[in-house]
Design a protein. Structure first.
Length: 67
């Protein structure tokens, strides 16, 4: 009974989305851009914060100024 109601609601929602092509395209583009942004943020945080830099000798990365 609950599953049948869900299917009916889902079909009505899809029908409404496909009626208005502009809304369908804009909501799809917005969802894709947000997913891409979240993936990019996670990748940067994972690479820098969680795993750290993977240099063999990180102390050699800094160049000293001549005195």
């Amino acid at each position: 009974m609950i599953l049948d109601s869900f299917r009916q609601d889902f079909r009505v929602g899809l029908r409404g989305l496909f009626k208005d092509k502009t809304f369908l395209f804009s909501s799809g583009a917005r969802a894709c851009s947000r997913i891409g942004g979240a993936t990019t943020q996670f990748t940067i945080v994972n690479a820098i914060v969680l795993r750290g830099f993977s240099f063999p000798h990180p102390e050699q990365l800094m160049r000293r100024r001549p005195d």
